[in-house]
Design a protein around this ligand. Structure first.
Ligand code: PMP
Ligand code: GLU
Length: 396
């Protein structure tokens, strides 16, 4: 069989691959601590799961419009624009099978051959692949390590090519957990707007935030008159503990939303109907929902503090970025390199083989000096995982 040029450069998701391998080894009876994929260890809150189940029982098991149930689009529009100067216009929202599909829709509708897309680096592993699937070229842009790799307009200006059409960022960042302040984000969005570059702002971790208030600053918090074209993506996976339900959404112009919906109408049509019903419940639970979120975020914050303390104590040679949000720790492993261990991939293989701990090598995020561990596991698993890693890495 011969394969299309469309997938000539395609590589499977490294985060998904490591996690799948870890689950397989565990199923074979090996003692594995899986700190690879970023997936909350909490169950979906019962009222939300119950709404999905009830939807199935009531026979709400048919297709929805491609862009999603009208009431869910409206709720997502409210959720994303609350407290901002952007309109809560449901026609600007497309509901997809996870924010992953929202991001893909955006890339596929906006970019094509000859286009360059700037990607804040280290980046979530799927961005460059999505850009490549659209047959555009990605241009990773790495900010200063001293600033936790957060970008400035100067970094972008130095990297931008004449064909730059888009910029993709996540804040809070996967993999670093670094968070842009509103002023920093405004400077970047204004730079992009002035250059005619569309900003794709991935805000899936917006509520997994350890700063002041309940949400990290987002692109919709900015002054609409000062920024250019935006696509903001968010979803139910992280703050609502709903990864497997597969519901994400995007907010952009009505025109782009219509195109993304048309694309989706041919590819998957709609996010699963019962999942959309559950998502609607998740977004409209008011105080009760806020309490569940606060409880989960408090646990993620406690684990962030725990993992930082353990690293300081047990792995003083590994410097790390102190996360302001999300649930990862991104740490340097190049101090451990020797003749045999020459990249983060080698370090992670050794950690999996000798310590039974699954973490993701920084190659997946564009930097082979680093590795990422998820802190969305129980306190006990995190503690045992870091202790085991330290035993192996101290010998390396
Ligand atoms: N963006 C980032 C930065 C992520 O870490 C994830 C996690 N899978 C996603 C988007 C997509 O999330 P989902 O498709 O589960 O909504
Ligand atoms: N986003 C999570 C991660 O980075 C889940 C896996 C994935 O979809 O990449 O680990």
């Amino acid at each position: 069989m011969t394969y299309s040029e469309n997938i000539a450069k395609l590589r499977p998701s490294a985060t998904v691959a490591v996690s799948t391998l870890a689950k397989k080894l565990a199923a074979e009876g090996r003692d594995i601590i899986n700190l690879s994929a970023g997936e909350p260890d909490f169950d979906t809150p019962e009222p939300v799961a119950g709404a999905g189940i009830e939807g199935i029982r009531q026979g709400r098991t048919r297709y929805t419009p491609a862009a999603g149930l009208p009431e869910l689009r409206a709720a997502a529009a409210e959720y994303m624009t609350a407290g901002t100067d952007y309109p809560a216009d449901p026609a600007r929202v497309v509901v997809s099978a996870g924010a992953k599909q929202s991001l893909f829709n955006a890339c596929f509708c906006l970019f094509g051959p000859g286009d360059d897309v700037l990607i804040g680096s280290p980046y979530w592993t799927s961005y460059p692949e999505m850009v490549t699937l659209a047959r555009a070229d990605s241009v990773p842009v790495m900010g200063s390590e001293k600033r936790d790799f957060l970008l400035t307009p100067d970094d972008l200006e130095a990297a931008a090519t004449a064909n730059a059409r888009g910029l993709i960022l996540s804040s809070p960042s996967n993999p670093t957990g670094a968070v842009y302040s509103k002023a920093e984000l405004a400077a970047i969005a204004e730079w992009a707007g002035a250059r005619g570059i569309t900003l794709i702002s991935d805000e899936i971790y917006q509520e997994i935030y350890y700063g002041e208030g309940v949400k990290a600053p987002g692109a919709l918090d900015l002054d609409p008159d000062r920024v250019g074209d935006l696509v903001v993506t968010n979803g139910m996976s992280k703050a609502f503990a709903m990864t497997g339900w597969r519901v994400g959404f995007s907010y952009t112009t009505r025109e782009l939303a219509a195109r993304m919906s048309a694309l989706q109408s041919h590819v998957s049509l709609n996010a699963a109907t019962p999942s959309q019903i559950a998502a609607l419940k998740g977004l409209t639970r008011g105080e009760e929902g806020a309490r569940d979120r606060d409880r989960m975020v408090a646990a993620f914050r406690r684990r962030r503090d725990l993992v930082a303390r353990l690293f300081d104590e047990l792995l003083p040679g590994c410097s790390y970025i102190r996360p302001g949000g999300a649930f990862y720790l991104y740490f340097r492993v190049d101090g451990l390199f020797d003749d045999e261990v020459t990249c983060a991939g080698d370090v992670c293989t050794r950690v999996l083989e000798e310590a039974g701990v699954a973490i993701v090598p920084g190659e997946a995020f564009g930097d082979a000096r680093y590795a990422r561990m998820s802190t969305a596991s129980s306190d006990e698993e995190i503690e045992e995982g870091v202790r085991r890693m330290a035993r192996v890495l101290a010998r390396a």
